[in-house]
Write a protein that binds this ligand. Structure first.
Ligand SMILES: NC(=O)c1ccc[n+]([C@@H]2O[C@H](COP(=O)([O-])OP(=O)(O)OC[C@H]3O[C@@H](n4cnc5c(N)ncnc54)[C@H](OP(=O)(O)O)[C@@H]3O)[C@@H](O)[C@H]2O)c1
Length: 269
């Protein structure tokens, strides 16, 4: 059992010498995860749809001395996912320690207004991409003898948050998938977990957070009285991939300043 032995003698709190694929690493949470993993010794491959932005990030990482490569890939396309995993396999000699299924987005509408194309777009981007990439990564993760998948879920997959029933359903599906794969692939030394953030300031959430009324409502509903930082999510993602987390699998862990445990406040208390 490679992981129970502390990853072949390496430090339990290090990811030194490991390899990772992080989807959607040019912005927001994915960008923070790439940097967190690299700083802990991981060689990372990432992807995004915008070639110019991807090249800019790779260049900035090169200047910092970070070991990051990238592919242009639309993770919602089956053919592009297959090409991406084939690149990863060639790059890392048929082995992969870490898969971070980070790509995701939202189209916020009341349920009655969703169109067929909204449903297929969100399902393909948020859930099918993560499902299929996990399938494609399975032989590589197994070959590494110490594999870890982290799904970038959301509190919207744990409790009801208005503004996107399809988004919530895709994230709830990810949380369930983390449980199924944890049981199916434990025999292959692959652990699978979900990380569920509440609102973190990223290019995705910047437009809604700039609405002052919405921002105040978010703050008032969050016991810690603030939104989260990308680094506060990437640290949990990295921990879940470490030998130190070797007995944690199938879990959904919220990073939410207390949002999901906040019930009701009586006046004056
Ligand atoms: N921010 C939050 O408050 C929050 C809270 C809970 C959960 N999450 C989840 O965290 C994940 C990241 O969110 P974020 O806020 O960091 O989003 P973001 O700021 O929009 O960044 C998304 C990243 O993914 C890439 N991407 C998007 N669609 C893609 C596709 N089809 N194929 C390949 N790359 C794609 C983007 O680059 P391109 O656009 O160039 O492709 C970008 O690098 C999502 O799954 C989101 O649901 C976010």
């Amino acid at each position: 059992m490679a992981e129970a032995d502390g990853n072949g003698g390496l430090n339990r709190w290090s990811l030194e010498g490991m390899t990772a694929l992080v989807t959607g690493g040019t912005k927001g949470l994915g960008h923070a995860v790439v940097e967190e993993l690299v700083e802990l010794g991981v060689t990372v491959h990432t992807c995004s749809r915008n070639e110019a932005e991807l090249n800019k990030c790779i260049h900035e990482w090169e200047i910092k001395g970070f070991k990051v490569s990238g592919s242009v890939c639309d993770a919602s396309s089956r053919a592009e996912r297959e090409k991406l995993m084939s690149n990863v396999s060639s790059l890392f000699n048929g082995k992969l320690n870490i898969l971070i299924n980070n790509v995701g987005t939202n189209v916020g509408k009341p349920t009655e207004e969703y169109k067929e194309e909204d449903f297929s777009f969100l399902m393909a981007t948020n859930f099918e991409s993560a499902y299929h990439l996990s399938q494609l990564a399975h032989p590589l993760l197994k070959a590494s003898k110490a594999g870890s998948i982290v799904f970038m879920s959301s509190v919207c997959g744990v409790v009801s948050v208005t503004g996107g029933s399809i988004y919530g359903a895709t994230k709830g599906a990810m949380n369930q998938l983390a449980k199924n794969l944890a049981c199916e692939w434990a025999k292959d030394n692959i652990r699978t977990n979900s990380v569920a953030p509440w609102i973190i300031r990223t290019p995705l959430t910047e437009p809604v957070l700039s609405d002052e009324k919405f921002y105040k409502e978010v703050i008032s509903r969050t016991p810690m009285g603030r939104t989260g930082e990308s680094k506060e999510v990437s640290s949990l993602v990295a921990f879940l991939c470490m030998p130190a987390a070797s007995y944690i699998t199938g879990q959904t862990i919220c990073v939410d300043g207390g949002f999901t445990i906040n019930g009701f406040s009586f006046p004056g208390t």
